[in-house]
Design a protein around this ligand. Structure first.
Ligand code: FMN
Length: 335
């Protein structure tokens, strides 16, 4: 098969995305990240299609704020009908894209035989993508690894991607390391198998018409710039979660936007109305503060600010005044 057999997909407007991360990329983190980058694509945590099907609280699972656009929902599952139903729900709910998780090696995912396990099941994957594609009109993208266990060579990878593309996948995000389903836990699977960017590059060279984004170990804006010389997009995970403030210049550097860089205190002030709404809906402040804390680093007394925010946010009566106070203190200290 040559690359002319594949349709040419349209490049999206965004070239950078913030990776889906369980227990991290909830709506509070996304709202925070959206203050930092207006243009980049944000992902939800993985939502299992079966859970969505059975849930009597879909609103809670699907909820996002208008300002989060562009936003992709990441789905997990291996049942084509349930995934198609979930994709349709996602479109109806207003998501911009649907992403299928074929990269996660967690025990939960393994016991359900989806996530990275699906890299060994190309026929099921094709069926899932085709049904999802037919159920909605928004892009269906796939996030996957270089391989799993012994299914880990360039030919297999290329056939896997071809297969997804022919089934209708619009874009590929490749975490540039394999996953060992047998023998490594999820955390080890994010560090131990080496990153192999050259294998993703080879794939891109062999399939120039496919839209391929690089993920894994992109830790700085400069890393993004380097990745974008070769790939159609760059996806950042841990470095965005743990060091959100580091990315404040991303829109001007990557997208040429002439926007004012927000300070830490301004970012927190912009998040306050969302936090207020959350508290009015019986949410708790620490659910938001746990993300905001990561903004406060690389400044004098960062540890003291962080500790204060953390401790005060845990209490039963924690309210918005805590965020206001910390924002004011940071502003007074010139941050
Ligand atoms: C805490 C955590 C949770 C993650 N959860 C998911 C997930 O739900 N779905 C997924 O596709 N990848 C998940 N990942 C993997 C990331 O999306 C990303 O592929 C990986 O961290 C490599 O990118 P990075 O080096 O930029 O962090 C998770 C990673 C972390 C650290």
């Amino acid at each position: 098969m040559n690359s002319h057999s594949f349709k040419t997909n349209k490049l999206p407007n965004y070239r950078l995305s913030i990776a889906p991360m369980m227990d991290c990329t909830d709506k509070h983190f996304r709202v925070l990240m959206r203050q930092i980058t207006k243009k980049s694509l944000l992902y939800t945590e993985m939502i299992v299609a079966q859970a969505l099907h059975h849930s009597n609280n879909r609103n809670k699972l699907l909820d996002f704020d208008e300002i989060e656009h562009p936003i992709s929902i990441q789905l997990g599952g291996d049942n084509p009908n349930l995934l198609a139903e979930a994709a349709q729900m996602a479109e109806d709910w207003g998501y911009d894209e649907v992403n299928l998780n074929i990269g996660c090696p967690s025990p939960k995912v393994k016991s359900g035989n989806f996530g990275a396990y699906l890299m060994g099941k190309p026929k099921i994957v094709a069926d899932c993508i085709e049904k999802m594609k037919n159920s909605c009109n928004i892009p269906i993208t796939v996030k996957h690894r270089l391989g799993i266990d012994n299914l880990d060579n360039d030919n297999y990878l290329m056939r896997f991607v071809d297969n997804c593309s022919l089934a209708g996948a619009d874009r590929f995000i490749i975490h540039a390391r394999k996953a060992w389903l047998k023998g490594l836990n999820p955390k080890e699977n994010r560090t131990i198998p080496p990153l192999q960017y050259e294998r993703v590059e080879k794939l891109k060279n062999n399939r120039p018409k496919l839209i391929i984004e690089l993920n894994g170990g992109i830790n700085t804006i400069d890393d993004c710039i380097q990745a974008l010389k070769v790939f159609d997009g760059a996806m950042v995970g841990r470095a965005a979660y743990s060091h959100p403030f580091m990315w404040t210049k991303i829109d001007s550097i990557i997208y040429g936007q002439q926007e004012e860089y927000l300070s830490r205190s301004k970012i927190i002030k912009k998040v306050i109305p969302f936090a207020q709404k959350h508290l009015e809906n019986e949410g708790r402040l620490w659910q938001i503060s746990k993300h905001i804390i990561n903004l406060i680093e690389n400044i004098p007394n960062a540890k003291i600010f962080r500790q204060e925010l953390s401790e005060k946010s845990q209490t039963q009566e924690a309210d918005i005044s805590i965020l206001k106070k910390i924002a004011q203190q940071l502003e007074d200290a010139g941050h």
